[in-house]
Design a protein around this ligand. Structure first.
Ligand code: B3K
Ligand code: ZN
Length: 890
């Protein structure tokens, strides 16, 4: 495997500027003809003028190649073929500055299990080209800085089996019969694009359509396709699409540019969705939604991902990346845009809390392990490994910091300048930063450190108040414990001050800029009644870990913030910190009444007052931090002990507040009675809060008390059967899936699982949930269940959604996956052995479950390393898995 470095970027010696393609699809063989107009690049610093084309020889068979319509080129004389390339020698190229290369290749989409390139998914064919899949369709300079106009894409296929023929852009020649039971259609995309945005879809599909009139009055035809039986689940996606189009006009003045916007839902897909120009392809999980099959979380994801792919039309497609190292240029920015969109349509605070929970759960872990990389990586072997939480989520935080530093107005100015300068080109993260700096006339040189350095910085603070002069002093310091050689970052710290006794805000939010290792800021305060308490990093203004050096006061300060902070995010955050302090104390067997009292007081407050935010916020305030985010603050992770410690605190809370949870549960049940199903913030909030109550009500305090186990199972069982939403069903079923130790309760569990499966009636997304719920059970024998489920007729390792629903969900079930006997590690190693030859992209993600070995105790660490070594020796291991495993062994 070859490692590619950012510093080695060279513009190509030749560009393809115009493309005409012809796909002739037959069962078992698709022939692809391409005419590529090539222009020599006069500015190239390449010393050789050879025409370099990428092509994956394991997928593409070259049938012929000609230049300017001449005789077929001869291998070894005019060109050479490598494993991954075709090089046409400079001496064979015409002398003119532009010429045409015509190639004919064949591919077998039916055999493509990698789901990269052109492949078959059930009754349809579809493509996935990002990052480097186009080279599995034909020979081409498959790099994002080669932008070409795909002038004509002709598709021919069996008419009866594949009535729908789609590609990017506009339909220029509608479907017509061509004889032999076949028909064809021709598409043309007027906007130059890199090959990774190319798409083709062929199938027997149903659709819904609508239209959107842009702010300048152009009517755009919108159509969303899926397999026919799912057409009734497309309405929410369509609504979300129209909302996205409107939002981008209002917020950024960005209008859609083609006459058609097509979206296709595909069952076999490696990731979430793909922003191909005018023809988005989506994993069904992010498009289909209806009351019966989708949870509130699913609806949120549909809205978010539909928005995300739509927003790429400007941030990604109109302005794209010069090379793959710049991926965060489009991904970080587009995630930021979809987060803002979701926040504007729903609740800002809730969206922020959810995004930060996600960042901490996944990105912080990535950044502290062997896959840690800057948001703009310096090297890669398999680019697909770098579609990471760091590039996406931390990348979005970096974009958010520009906005925090420059204000939303200044950020908008920067965006405008970015498009003014770069529309239609392939650029770098430095170009983006320069646009932000120039539009606002500020210096953002130091800000580049966020692109250059990896690891999560620590931000510590200490504060004091001099009552005699009413002066508040705060000192901020930064360091990078995982990367001590890091130089200081430019960190925006949103900051305010709350009075501990009046609860009043003594200082409204200000943005402090920390550029040095350490800096001190002072504030004159007035009307101070109690102690001024600093509220730091409001809205989570930077992706750092925050540490309060005033240890003695920490808990009381957090209590003030949990009760009075005007910043919704920090109010939630304060509660979370109180809860983690208690859980860590319990883990160290040092949990005392001071911290427990603080935990109880925080719960009491959230339970008794509905003034601290809407029901969703209340729900989040009543949730303990996840095992994943707790693990991030531990030197050595002992997953079983961590689960126990968290469980202990949860039981104490459950016991203390059972009546309150019960009455809140009942109150919400009454309020929801007879109200028609809706997915607005209010309805979602009520369901979320009620299910948090359910979770505490059914928390078994004494496991050996069979009566208690049974009583709790009965509560969950009735909740399940009374439920009329997927959210409620899932909440109850998850609780039941962890029930054991009482035969009668187990019978209720099994009945619900069987009922759910039957009711799913084969609906793939619902069946995925059925697998996931069982894989995340806390039952001691969960691995046996998972192994049994691997043999279930509905399990299919080749379908990424199904595979992740069972296997990846199990690896995230930390205490079970990291079982002391190493059984979880054995299991995943076997899965990787089977999966890697079929689908390296999905397999390499699974290798990720073994690479954090340094974070675990010695016994576990050793076993994980052994497995990594074993995998590295697998015959024909993919470059994807090789890269992750090698990093894991470094
Ligand atoms: N750009 C695609 C991701 C492609 C992943 C390739 N392995 C989806 C997105 O971020 O919108
Ligand atoms: Zn994206």
């Amino acid at each position: 495997p070859v490692e590619i470095f950012r510093k080695d970027y060279l513009a190509p010696a030749n560009f393809v500027t115009e493309v005409s393609m012809d796909f002739d699809i037959e069962e078992g063989k698709t022939v692809v003809k391409s005419d590529l107009v090539v222009r020599k690049n006069a500015d190239s610093k390449n010393d050789k003028g050879d025409l370099l084309l990428d092509g994956d020889s394991s997928s593409v068979t070259l049938l012929s190649a000609r230049l300017d319509g001449g005789e077929p080129l001869v291998e070894g004389v005019d060109y050479e073929l490598g494993d991954q390339s075709m090089v046409i020698f400079e001496k064979a190229l015409p002398k003119s500055d532009t010429f045409t290369l015509s190639t004919e290749v064949s591919i077998v989409p039916e055999d493509n299990t990698q789901l990269s390139g052109f492949y078959k998914s059930g009754p349809m064919y579809c493509s996935q080209c990002e990052a480097e899949g186009f080279r599995r369709i034909t020979y081409y300079p498959d790099r994002p800085d080669n932008m070409a106009t795909f002038k004509s894409v002709k598709i021919t296929a069996d008419k009866a089996k594949y009535p729908v023929l789609l590609s990017n852009g506009n339909l220029v020649k509608p479907t017509e019969d061509v004889g032999g039971g076949k028909h064809s259609a021709t598409w043309s995309d007027p906007f130059p694009k890199p090959s990774y945005l190319f798409a083709i879809v062929v199938g027997d599909l149903g659709s819904i359509s609508d239209s959107f009139t842009t702010s300048s009055g152009r009517k755009v035809h919108l159509e969303i396709f899926s397999e026919k039986e799912n057409v009734d689940k497309l309405d929410y996606a369509m609504e979300s699409l129209k909302n996205s189009m409107k939002w981008d006009e209002d917020k950024f003045g960005l209008e859609y540019d083609l006459d058609i916007y097509n979206v296709v839902a595909v069952n076999d897909f490696n990731m979430g969705a793909m922003e191909n120009k005018g023809l988005n392809v989506f994993n069904t999980a992010y498009v289909l939604a209806d009351q019966k099959t989708a949870s509130d979380g699913d609806y949120e994801r549909v809205e978010g991902v539909i928005g995300h792919e739509y927003f790429h039309n400007w941030t990604g497609n109109r302005v794209t990346c010069r090379d793959w190292f710049q991926l965060t240029l489009k991904e970080g920015l587009t995630v930021f845009r979809d987060q803002e969109f979701s926040g504007d349509l729903g609740s800002k605070d809730v969206t922020r809390i959810e995004n930060v929970r996600g960042l901490r759960g996944r990105q912080f872990a990535e950044d502290s392990g062997p896959m840690s990389h800057p948001i703009r990586p310096e090297s890669y072997i398999a680019m697909d490994n770098f579609y990471t939480a760091t590039v996406y989520s931390k990348g979005a935080e970096v974009i958010r910091m520009y906005q925090t530093l420059l204000t939303p107005k200044g950020f908008r100015k920067g965006m405008d300048l970015y498009f003014e300068r770069h529309d239609g080109s392939a650029v770098t993260c430095d170009d983006f930063r320069a646009a932000m700096a120039d539009a606002n006339d500020v210096n953002l040189d130091q800000f580049e450190k966020w692109y250059l350095q990896n690891g999560t910085p620590t931000l510590s603070y200490s504060s004091s108040f001099d009552a005699s002069t009413s002066t508040f002093t705060i000192t901020l310091s930064q360091s990078s414990p995982t990367n001590p050689s890091n130089e200081p970052f430019h960190i925006p710290v949103s900051f305010g001050i709350i009075d501990s006794s009046s609860g009043e805000e003594l200082l409204p939010t200000e943005v402090l800029e920390l550029k040095e290792e350490s800096a001190t800021f002072t504030f004159k305060l007035s009307n101070v009644a109690g102690k001024p308490v600093p509220s730091i990093l409001r809205g989570f203004s930077a992706p750092v870990k925050l540490i309060n050096e005033n240890v003695d006061e920490a808990t009381s300060q957090l209590q003030t913030l949990a009760a009075y902070d005007t910043d919704g995010f920090n109010r939630w955050e304060a509660g979370q910190k109180i809860f983690s302090t208690a859980i860590f104390a319990e883990l160290a067997e040092k949990c005392d009444s001071t911290i427990l009292d603080a935990v109880f007081a925080t719960f009491q407050q959230s339970l008794s007052s509905d003034k601290l935010g809407d029901d969703s916020i209340r729900a989040y305030n009543l949730m303990l931090p996840t095992e994943g985010s707790l693990a991030e603050d531990l030197e050595t992770i002992e997953p079983v002990k961590l689960r126990e410690a968290r469980g202990t605190i949860k039981k104490l809370v459950a016991k203390e507040f059972k009546p309150q949870f019960q009455s809140l549960y009942e109150k919400l049940t009454d309020e929801m009675k007879g109200v028609p199903f809706a997915v607005d913030s209010m309805s979602i909030g009520k369901r979320r809060l009620r299910n948090v109550c359910l979770d505490f009500i059914t928390t078994t305090v004494n496991r050996s008390d069979e009566d208690e186990v049974l009583a709790n199972a009965k509560v969950a069982h009735s909740h399940y059967h009374a439920a009329n939403t997927m959210t409620d069903k899932l909440a109850a079923m998850s609780i039941l899936s962890s029930v054991y130790g009482c035969a009668e309760a187990e019978a209720l569990r099994d009945e619900v699982l069987a009922h759910f499966f039957e009711e799913a009636a084969g609906d793939a997304l619902v069946v995925n949930k059925w697998f996931s719920v069982q894989a995340s059970s806390t039952k001691p024998d969960v691995l046996d269940d998972v192994k049994r489920l691997m043999e279930h007729p509905e399990f299919n390792i080749k379908n990424p959604n199904r595979c992740r629903a069972l296997v990846s969900v199990f690896t995230a079930n930390s205490a079970a996956f990291h079982a002391e006997d190493g059984s979880g590690y054995d299991f995943i190693t076997n899965v990787i052995n089977t999966l890697d030859p079929l689908n390296p992209q999905v397999a390499s993600r699974m290798c990720g479950s073994l690479i954090q070995h340094k974070r675990y105790d010695a016994g576990r660490g050793k076993m994980m390393v052994e497995k990594l070594k074993l995998i590295k020796e697998f015959d024909g291991l993919s470059p994807d898995s090789f890269e992750v495993v090698s990093r894991g062994l470094k």
